[in-house]
Design a protein around this ligand. Sequence first.
Ligand code: NAD
Length: 294
Amino acid sequence: MARIGFVGLGNMGLPMAQNLLKAGHQVEGVDVNAAAVAKLVAAGGAGVETAKTAAARADVVITMLPSGKEVREVYLGSSGIIENANAGTLLIDCSTIDVETARAVAGAAEQKGLLMLDAPVSGGVGGASAATLTFMVGGSAQAFTRAESILQKMGKTIVHAGGAGNGQAAKICNNMILGVSMIAVSEAFVLAEKLGLDHQKLFDISSKSSGQCWSMTTYCPVPGPVPTSPANHDYQAGFTAAMMLKDLKLSQEAAKAAGAKTQLGADAARIYSAYVESGEAGRDFSGIIRFVRG
Ligand code: NAD
């Protein structure tokens, strides 16, 4: 069993770390929020003061942080993970961040002779708790092979997407599809309302026709057709509009840097930005249908 340093014990990180404990690993947690560390300790883990200390003691370091800024902070510099990890330590960043930062940090790790993966997830807090996350992994085949058995304790689907940064690339491409498709499905329901077509009738037809997609059949933005979707609970998040906006912005930064035309992705980013600014940052992203309705 490995000794794992886990940095970032928030909504996602804490249940992921708890699943590693359940699997028999030793987990030493770090978070700027002492209450988060206390929850890990209550679950049988240990608390460590800094990422530097955790890195110096661990076989594997996992990070689950809000954005690229925090990832640079904890990995780089003299008190960072890379400078203080022992040779042979495996580094896995599960945060959703920009491709550029992921590649820069992986490059710094490589220069120190450390194996590093970017491994963002989809599946949300529910998936983190149930250990059913999907991991999209970028990095060397050697690092991936070493990480697989650990990632399997936190997720169900583990895909090696290619070299450093490709996990993040997969994540933002997928979430750009999701943002665009949720708006498209919402617009279709709003148009149906105006045309006198029942929500359930549109669902029965579209869920079996060419309009079928995850935003329709799993996360339907109107109450009724899919009883488990947030629409049935006043759009309580799930996956917040603020997080969707974060991922859409990442996709637009990446598109600009790579010279890719992503017109609908840009429109989706603008629409979610206006939705968030209307005071709905913490609402589930499928609540966008209310905004579309006007
Ligand atoms: P969160 O804000 O709940 O957790 C982040 C944690 O990191 C917090 O506990 C915070 O105190 C800690 N932290 C911040 N800076 C730190 C530092 N310098 N050192 C140590 N700890 C630090 O966020 P979350 O919902 O757990 O999301 C984490 C990542 O996962 C994000 O990149 C997010 O985009 C991604 N993600 C989230 C979801 C979701 O549904 N919540 C789904 C998929 C991916």
